[in-house]
Design a protein around this ligand. Structure first.
Ligand SMILES: Nc1ncnc2c1ncn2[C@@H]1O[C@H](COP(=O)(O)OP(=O)(O)O)[C@@H](O)[C@H]1O
Ligand SMILES: [Mg+2]
Length: 239
């Protein structure tokens, strides 16, 4: 028996650590986009997150909801635009809904190269992002469709990717598929510092919300976003 085996060290983890990711914006493909300014509600949501950041590390935030169509991608895109408006706040929006990605359409960019291509070693990190011109926002689209998104998210490369991104961005938002459809968002919540749970007023049932909260674990939930209420989307910080 080797010493490593005797003390229970997993030998496959002994791969050399990747060099920290040094973001070079000149290497990130740039897209010209004149997005509408995010509405007041998303600036308020950003302010709530900033207030929470005064008390805890909140660099990576997962945007989750029970079902498709609740408004996760809408919330993630608008919140990312609002975050990137802050001075000295390089922001990255990642489309981790590898099943039905939407952010490439929202921003009018190619879906690939993106996250899956990077994880499968087919693109480097700079290639897998797009920088929104003149801003502090970068978007990582989902990448090429994969048959087994959940297996891809289980790879150690995902955690390494998040570590590298944390070196380069102050704020990282993760879009995700519905919690009741697949367990992708549960895996992603373990990589995030907290989760914002989106509800679609008039569509999300109490039952599906209860399941979503139970599956995430209440402690990981930062607050809820009530999407689609008359007069605008509202954010309700939990603590
Ligand atoms: N508050 C809103 N106001 C206007 N359109 C919205 C709003 N929330 C969501 N939508 C639209 O509803 C559709 C579904 O939202 P989306 O964010 O893609 O849901 P999810 O990512 O949860 O599947 C999209 O076309 C999106 O633009
Ligand atoms: Mg979506």
């Amino acid at each position: 028996m080797t010493r490593n085996a005797a003390v229970g060290i997993a030998l496959e983890d002994a791969a050399p650590a990747e060099a920290p990711f040094e973001l070079d914006l000149d290497l990130v493909p740039t897209v010209r986009l004149c997005p509408n300014a995010p509405s007041e509600e998303f600036r308020t949501l950003r302010t709530r997150l900033e207030q929470l950041r005064a008390t805890r590390v909140l660099q990576t935030v997962l945007i989750a909801s029970p079902s498709a169509g609740d408004g996760k991608s809408f919330t993630a895109a608008n919140l990312a635009l609002a975050e990137a408006q802050l001075a000295d706040n390089p922001t990255l929006l990642c489309d981790f809904d590898l099943r039905t990605p939407a952010l490439h359409s929202v921003f009018g960019i190619d879906r690939s190269p993106g996250i899956s291509d990077y994880l499968l070693g087919k693109a480097d990190l700079h290639e897998a992002m797009r920088r929104i011109e003149d801003g502090h926002l970068c978007v990582m689209p989902a990448g090429q469709a994969v048959i087994n998104p959940l297996e891809l998210l289980h790879l150690k490369q995902v955690r390494r990717l998040m570590d590298r991104l944390r070196n380069a961005f102050r704020s990282i938002l993760l879009d995700s598929p519905g919690l009741l459809k697949a367990s992708d968002a549960n895996l992603l919540s373990a990589l995030a510092d907290g989760t914002l749970l989106v509800t679609r007023m008039g569509a999300t049932t109490t039952d599906s919300m209860r399941h979503a909260i139970e599956s995430l674990g209440p402690d990981s939930i930062l607050g809820m976003v009530a999407n689609g209420i008359p007069g605008g989307t509202r954010s309700l910080a939990r603590r």
